[in-house]
Design a protein around this ligand. Structure first.
Ligand code: PEP
Ligand code: CO
Length: 461
């Protein structure tokens, strides 16, 4: 029998055996903070576990349904935001601009792909970062590495780098403030987002595709006006559930404290975010992260890099989605433009053989990071787009479907990635490089990427 049809339906999803929110503590937990005062940590975790959650179980269930739709090719997923949020960037303009660029991109995609877009912010909780080394040495001084604002502070001195559990409370508060503002903006309409005549499209003139991009923007404007005329309603009215949040669920004590039971629902929900994902460095089958993730009801993201082999991926699906539930798994491949053609096809085949329903999306950022001659970490727009192009083609050629993209971006005019319509050079990176971690697409590059995705989709369908 075909393994796909042998999979049970959603109704038969069972509670996982031998699992509870702290069972991960019996496994090897990589990338955790090492707190000097265990009592202080436990005190904070006790407080955190009493604080209200950031999202609700019914929003999480809606997201699962929308991912299931995307798995069937009826939605496209756009996930984007900063590599890492900082506490001091929890400000009105930054939150507004980041939401704005995501909503504008999603409008381009809705119009161009002719299907609804599932919007997921990489924020309201993206405060923990995996590091390649536990320690950092500068001029003979060795200190703990910066692990994100959830854990410690980026300044290079001892006081700043010692993990401070009170930051867990601050992260919860900053996430809640961000969430509250995003909910209000999304609920309230945000009129200038929805009409391209209010967008900043000055960059378009610099693109060889200027005419095509202008036409696209005009068409979006025309469709919206038409919609408003026939419905008598402002097209800017979005429903609250139309925006979801995500972060890498890295710091397991934090995630555990926000993992709750919900009345009249079975199972445990991570109520710190709608959509937690497992990063590349913590996806070991026998590790604590996989143990934690297998027990929660949230849809799960899994980063899939060039180091993942077919057996590992297939076993992850068995452990994380034993009942073959639709809408539960999103595989975020991040191979790099030079490895994707070799590495992705066997993994697509392995997933098809396994039979678990998944949504494949492409993160064209993390496999394309490089350093300039002067040592600045950057990404080339051309390579980012090339990986997306290849991803569309490879999926199509493998009887699969690319169902979305995962991007590191900001709504600001930063210069962190080179290229794009304005053709930013290595020299330009010095002008407005703000990221403390990975380089992000700026407002213009993000919108351009959305337009290029539409173009690619139109060419290949
Ligand atoms: C990230 O998404 O910021 C990240 C660290 O990615 P990965 O785990 O894919 O390297
Ligand atoms: Co990153």
């Amino acid at each position: 029998m075909n393994s796909k049809s042998a999979r049970p339906s959603v109704q038969t999803v069972k509670e996982p055996d031998n699992w509870n929110p702290e069972s991960w503590q019996d496994f090897n937990a990589l990338q955790q903070a090492s707190y000097p005062d265990e009592n202080a940590l436990q005190h904070v975790l006790g407080q955190l576990s009493q604080l209200p959650p950031l999202v609700t179980s019914w929003e999480i269930n809606t997201l699962r349904e929308q991912i299931a739709d995307a798995q069937q090719g009826r939605r496209f997923m756009l996930q984007g935001g900063d590599c890492a949020e900082n506490f001091d960037e929890c400000t009105s303009p930054l939150i507004t601009n980041r939401l704005k660029v995501l909503l504008q991109m999603s409008l381009v995609l809705v119009h161009g792909l002719q299907m609804p877009v599932l919007r997921v912010g990489r924020y309201a909780g993206q405060y923990a970062k995996p590091r390649s080394s536990d320690q950092e040495t500068r001029d003979g001084v060795t200190l703990p590495s910066y692990r994100g604002d959830l854990v410690n502070s980026i300044e290079f001195n001892e006081a700043a780098r010692i993990p401070d559990p009170n930051r867990l409370i601050q992260a919860h508060a900053s996430s809640a403030l961000t969430m509250n503002f995003v909910r209000a903006l999304v609920d309230g309409g945000f009129a200038d987002l929805h009409h391209p005549e209010y967008w900043d499209l000055s960059w378009v003139e610099h693109s060889p595709l200027a005419e095509e991009f202008h036409k696209l923007a005009e068409n979006i404007g025309r469709s919206l006006k038409f919609l408003e005329t026939i419905s008598g309603q402002d097209a800017g009215t979005l429903r609250r559930v139309d925006f979801f949040t995500s972060h890498e669920a890295l710091h397991l004590h934090y995630e555990q404290a926000l993992t709750r039971k919900v009345p009249r629902q079975w199972g445990w929900f991570n109520l710190s975010t709608h959509f937690p994902w497992i990063g590349m460095r913590t996806a070991a089958l026998d590790g604590a992260h996989v143990e934690y993730f297998r027990g929660i009801r949230n849809p799960l993201g899994i980063k899939v890099g060039p180091g993942m082999d077919v057996d590992w991926l297939s076993r992850l699906l068995d452990v994380l989605n034993p009942d073959g539930e639709a809408g539960r798994i999103v595989l975020i491949h991040r191979m790099g433009e030079n490895l994707i053609e070799d590495k992705l096809p066997p993994l697509i085949q392995a997933v098809q053989d396994n039979g678990s329903p998944v949504l494949w999306i492409c993160d064209p950022m993390h496999g394309n990071t490089e350093s300039t001659e002067s040592g600045i970490k950057t990404r080339r727009f051309r390579k980012i787009m090339h990986e997306v192009d290849l991803a569309f083609d490879i999926h199509r050629g493998s009887n699969s479907r690319l169902g979305g993209v995962h991007l590191e971006l900001t709504g600001e005019d930063v210069t962190e990635c080179t290229g794009g319509a304005r053709d930013l050079s290595d020299e330009d990176l010095k002008r407005a490089y703000k990221s403390t971690v990975d380089p992000r697409l700026n407002y213009e590059q993000s919108l351009e990427l959305a337009m290029l995705i539409v173009r690619k989709y139109a060419q290949s369908s």
